[in-house]
Design a protein. Structure first.
Length: 148
């Protein structure tokens, strides 16, 4: 019996961790804004930490599931990568990583040198993916057709 899960697992599953990471960034920004002065700082910090850890946990879970898909049905993943539209979903893990770096809770006290080291691979990956998409004749937005 063939497992159907790898073929059904979509790249869109990364959307939930992206949304939670976006909320972590938002609550971190609220802490330093004029709205944060009117709200108890502890509530804002708890919401930031909760969203950040939920996003980290869900991103790890979805990544593990997708790695399972890579190992069990590599031709399917390669077809996604070569597709004109679905290739853009390969930026999702990098976006989650960048948003988690931006939304790091205040209490972690991560040094700026550590953040620079963590930003470097994200920038290089984004540069490679963006250049391969923008300068490819087959995988840019103009090559995509609307379905009828």
């Amino acid at each position: 019996m063939e497992l159907i899960f790898p073929t059904r697992h979509e790249r869109r599953a990364f959307g939930i961790p992206i949304g939670l990471a976006g909320h972590a960034v938002m609550w971190k920004a609220v802490r330093g804004s004029f709205i944060g002065e009117r709200i108890d700082v502890r509530i804002v910090d708890v919401l930031n930490v909760a969203c950040w850890f939920l996003a980290l946990t869900l991103a790890a879970a979805v990544t593990c599931c997708y790695l399972y898909k890579v190992f069990t049905s590599f031709p399917l993943v390669m077809a996604e990568y070569l597709n004109g539209v679905r290739c853009h979903f390969f930026n999702a893990p990098n976006l989650i990583f960048v948003m988690l770096l931006i939304g790091i809770p205040e209490y972690t006290n991560v040094s700026s040198q550590t953040l620079r080291i963590l930003w470097a691979p994200a920038f290089i990956y984004q540069l490679i993916m963006t250049s391969s998409i923008l300068f490819s004749k087959r995988r840019n937005f103009t090559a995509c057709e609307m379905s009828k």
